[in-house]
Design a binder for this molecule. Structure first.
Ligand code: GLA
Length: 550
């Protein structure tokens, strides 16, 4: 059955994905700087913050691109009778403006912290009673005026302890109110970080430059590995100056050298904000050199502002890739990541990276060229807990053939754990890369979107690999054109099946949507797109009888 265009549904994400990818526009890169929390928790003061700002210059970190000095929790000193927040009387006796002035005098930017509720996290977890009533709840405009207009801060991290566990507020509504107050006092330029400790939902990019995707980091390998795992399948939400925040860096705080390399390298290729969390005055040379690695920094700050995605996950290893320098050019960044405690062998066909011809390789962690690749397969064995991060430059860029379901943009996805029945990235046994997407369908909005690419455009055969489910249905829509609907799908729960259809692609990027307006759609593993060489032999898209082929 072929349906007319899906009821004129305005799929905002669909256009923004395709439109943005057709250009080489420059977006604001992830924030780089230092934050007080990891080392000092609430035990901060003006001298300490100013000394760290000085160290940022002395250690050459400003020259390397680090800009922000962020005061985290601990500066609050209670509200006066008019409700105006006071700086902590003994930690910041000279006030906060002195601190931001000093930071600005060094050519740096200043960041501050608050909570979306009444009480700060520090008041709950660190027993800092000055944080009681210090959050923005009921003081949105007043605090925004103070922090940005009077105290002159350029960045704010807005936490959720008081708003969540205490007031049980709804995240999107609450952060929207705060964002509006910030705009109303003329501080729309401020860089906002949403700190809700899990991917909050696609609304976050309308309100903030970055959003935390995980619980707090700790200075140990388990925590670093866990947070990387949390961000492996969120690349669809980063871009255009908005980023998934993997939390502040624990480099210089006791990790082994190889663990520090994985930590920094993965934060860079996954386009996370880079906020150093150690004491800059005592940092070791090795950790400092890693933080100043200009090639990894360039990768993080790449003008395309993209986050790498997983193209291969076999055994324990992950291969991630992203465009750098030029959209759809012949240069890409690649990570071979071994999170395991044993050796891990990788075998990566260049085709998977969409590169052809001789491929020049540069190791960005070691800053050295590797042997160029001639036989088309990248083979490496990596030590436990290690990463190889490469700049790969091929002779040609080729069209992708296989698209993983887990690359999709899911407009209804969030990781808050409140609505388990909406679209999610899910481990699926037997799926390529062991991952897929589940719980799409049931409504127009709850769909999946991919940006698919064709050099010349034309007719393609699409083969979709999915997982059987009773009463499921799959609607497929390309570029908001006619919807193809498959009703006769595999009904045996969990059985892997595939279906074939023919679609037309425009030259360049195309928006592909899958879902089901009324029923559940099946879980999706991946799909392939192959150009039809002789269009006459392929069934016509408008007359084809859609049916599943198992
Ligand atoms: C939360 C945040 C941390 C830090 C503390 C401050 O735990 O996630 O990054 O800001 O609050 O209390």
């Amino acid at each position: 059955m072929i349906r007319k265009t899906l009821l004129g549904i305005a799929v905002a994400g669909l256009c923004s994905i395709a439109c943005a990818q057709n250009t080489n526009r420059v977006f604001e890169p992830p924030v780089m700087g230092w934050s007080s929390w990891n080392t000092y928790r609430v035990n901060i003061n003006d001298t300490l913050i100013m000394r760290q700002a000085d160290a940022m210059i002395e250690k050459g970190l400003k020259n390397a691109g680090y800009r922000y000095i962020n005061v985290d929790d601990g500066f609050f000193g209670g509200r006066d009778e008019k409700g105006i927040m006071q700086p902590h009387p003994t930690r910041f006796p000279r006030g906060m403006k002195v601190v931001s002035d000093h930071i600005h005098s060094l050519g740096l930017k200043a960041g501050i912290y608050s909570d979306a509720g009444s009480n700060t996290c520090g008041s709950i977890w660190d027993k800092d009673m000055n944080g009681v009533g210090a959050g923005m709840y009921g003081h949105e405009r007043q605090d925004a005026t103070l922090y940005f207009n009077d105290w002159n801060f350029d960045f704010i991290k807005i936490d959720y302890c008081g708003a969540g566990q205490e007031l049980n507020l709804e995240e999107e509504k609450r952060y929207t109110e705060i964002r509006q107050a910030i705009d109303q006092v003329g501080a729309g330029h401020v860089s906002i970080n949403i700190c809700r400790w899990a991917f909050p939902g696609t609304w976050a990019r309308k309100l903030a430059r970055s959003w935390r995707i995980s619980p707090d980091i700790a200075p140990n390998w388990k925590s670093v590995k866990y947070i990387i795992g949390k961000n492996l399948y969120l690349s669809a939400y980063a871009g255009e100056g908005h980023y998934n925040d993997m939390d502040m860096l624990e480099i210089g705080r006791g990790l082994a050298p190889n663990e520090e390399e994985v930590h920094f390298g993965m934060w860079c290729i996954l386009a996370s904000p880079l906020l150093i969390g150690c004491d800059l005055t005592t940092i070791s040379e090795a950790s400092l050199n890693l933080l100043k690695n200009e090639e990894l920094i360039a990768l993080n700050q790449d003008p395309l502002g993209l986050q790498a995605y997983v193209v291969q996950h076999e055994g324990e290893g992950y291969v991630l890739v992203k465009d750098i320098e030029k959209r759809r050019g012949a240069v890409r960044a690649v990570a071979l990541y071994n999170p395991s405690d044993t050796l891990c062998s990788f075998s990566v066909p260049m085709q998977l990276l969409e590169l052809a011809g001789n491929v020049k390789l540069r190791d960005l962690v070691q800053r050295k060229n590797l042997k160029p690749l001639k036989d088309g397969v990248l083979e490496y064995t990596l030590n436990p807990r290690s990463v190889l991060i490469l700049r790969a430059e091929g002779e040609q860029r080729i069209e992708p053939v296989r698209y993983e379901a887990e690359w999709a943009y899911l407009p209804c996805f969030n990781d808050l754990g409140k609505s388990p029945k909406t679209a999610a990235y899910t481990p699926i046994q037997g799926a390529s890369g062991g991952m897929g997407i589940s719980h799409i369908g049931g409504s127009m909005e709850n769909h999946a979107l991919w940006s698919v690419y064709s050099e010349k455009g034309g007719k393609y055969m699409m083969n979709i690999h999915y997982i059987g489910k009773p009463y499921s249905q799959l609607e497929i829509n390309m570029n908001n054109d006619k919807t193809i609907c498959f009703d006769q799908l595999e009904t045996e729960t969990g059985k892997h099946a595939s279906l074939t259809c023919y679609i037309n692609l425009q030259p360049g990027f195309n928006s592909l949507r899958m879902g089901s307006s009324y029923c559940w759609a099946p879980n999706i593993d991946c799909f392939t797109l192959l150009p039809v060489t002789d269009p006459k032999t392929a069934p016509d898209i408008s007359t084809e009888k859609s049916k599943a082929v198992n």
